[in-house]
Write a protein that binds this ligand. Structure first.
Ligand SMILES: NC(=O)c1ccc[n+]([C@@H]2O[C@H](COP(=O)([O-])OP(=O)(O)OC[C@H]3O[C@@H](n4cnc5c(N)ncnc54)[C@H](OP(=O)(O)O)[C@@H]3O)[C@@H](O)[C@H]2O)c1
Length: 350
């Protein structure tokens, strides 16, 4: 029997046997060669969302297609093809479906939600991309309705990417740069040169309480759009200080942030990447299925595949752990702040 990591209690995970899944119509079965770690994974394992109990954590996977379900159009995929993608499993227990998550030897996934891994990219690198890339795509192209690489900005409109050295921020910076935006960034200063090489006009330290005011000065009060990756509630006033006097849109993948009273009009647009999978979201989110988000996800995956295959995306360094048994160790590294400007992958197939 294949194995998977299960959340079996608060801050408790176990590797257990799990029934092998079969792909449904329009799906493929993927043998997972490497799984990628995201902050949501340790947050779920620590039961920040009670619903996570008895589910398999992990969204990001990379592997080979082992079986193709019915209704997948001929020629789209082939057995053995190297693909990466994301799954969203914890809703499934509410629908009485078998458990699914990336910290597992197999996943089933909709055939249009995987992207082909280029020959020059390892499974370990590929597996650390999808959730961050989809989150960035959602912030940029759903929340901010920003230009795209196919139809880039005609004017160099400024955008602030807060936390550009995070997984989500790294994609935000590159997506925005490729879409013709003039990107200002925040990150630890050690990442500054690397982020400038990816298109950031300037990089400010998010720990500097004056960062927002400095960005306001650098943009001459013209900033109306801010894309936020990692942040804390304590950063919010600093971030808002970067807006011009007319305020603007504060788009963040942090749904529980509170906006303070501000003299600048700020529209807070939170996003949750799981809505892209087209299923309803269980508590604490309570969001119905959004078919338009599911349709957007397929467009985003195609865009990711194209940009990666064209070599237009630079990936963060990856630290590799071995096996499902190492998942807890990786989660602890991330939870305790020992991951900076890098991503963590778990090698599943030796
Ligand atoms: N709502 C959603 O759907 C969704 C989806 C994906 C992620 N998220 C959330 O988005 C956040 C980022 O995820 P990720 O995968 O990009 O994380 P990540 O790659 O693990 O982020 C690590 C980076 O966070 C930066 N950081 C730490 N504290 C910060 C702060 N106060 N302000 C700015 N940057 C800070 C550090 O940057 P330096 O190295 O520069 O210090 C570090 O490199 C997480 O909170 C995650 O839970 C939400």
């Amino acid at each position: 029997m294949p194995q998977a990591v299960f959340i079996t209690g608060e801050a408790t995970i176990e590797v257990k046997e799990v029934a092998k899944l079969s792909p449904g119509p329009g799906q493929v079965l993927v043998r997972v060669h490497a799984a990628g770690l995201n902050p949501a994974d340790w947050k779920m394992a620590h039961m920040l969302w009670q619903v996570a109990l008895d589910t398999i954590p992990g969204s990001d996977f990379a592997g080979t297609i082992e079986e193709i379900g019915s209704a997948v159009p001929d020629g789209v995929h082939s057995i053995g093809k190297r693909v990466a993608g994301g799954v969203y499993g914890y809703q499934r227990k509410f629908d009485n479906l078998p458990p699914l998550g990336a910290f597992s030897e197999y996943v089933v996934v909709d055939a249009d939600l995987v992207w082909a891994i280029p020959d020059n990219m390892t499974y370990e690198v590929a597996t650390t991309q999808t959730l961050a890339a989809l989150t960035a795509a959602q912030i940029l192209w759903q929340s901010l309705n920003a230009p795209t690489p196919e139809a880039p900005a005609k004017e160099p409109t400024p955008l602030l990417v807060w936390s550009a050295a995070s997984g989500v921020g790294h994609w935000l910076l590159q997506f925005a740069h490729l879409s013709g935006l003039k990107v200002y960034a925040t990150a630890s200063q050690k990442h500054s040169e690397r982020l400038k090489a990816l298109g950031a006009v300037d990089v400010f330290d998010y720990r500097d309480p004056e960062a927002g005011k400095k960005i306001f000065a650098a943009t001459k009060g013209s900033l109306t759009q801010i894309a936020v990756a990692e942040t804390t509630q304590d950063d919010v006033v600093n971030i808002i200080n970067a807006f011009g006097d007319n305020g603007g849109i504060f788009a963040a993948c942090a749904p529980f942030l509170q906006m303070p009273n501000s003299t600048k009009p700020v529209e807070f647009v939170p996003s949750i990447v799981m809505t892209l999978y087209g299923e309803p979201l269980a508590p604490p989110f309570n969001i119905p299925a959004l078919p338009e988000h599911r349709a957007a996800a397929a467009v985003f995956i195609k865009r990711i595949e194209k940009l990666v295959s064209e070599g237009k995306i630079s990936t963060l360094p990856v630290r590799v752990f071995n096996g499902l048994e190492s998942v807890w160790q990786g989660m602890e590294e991330l939870r305790t702040g020992k991951v900076s400007g890098e991503r963590i992958a778990f090698k599943i197939v030796a």
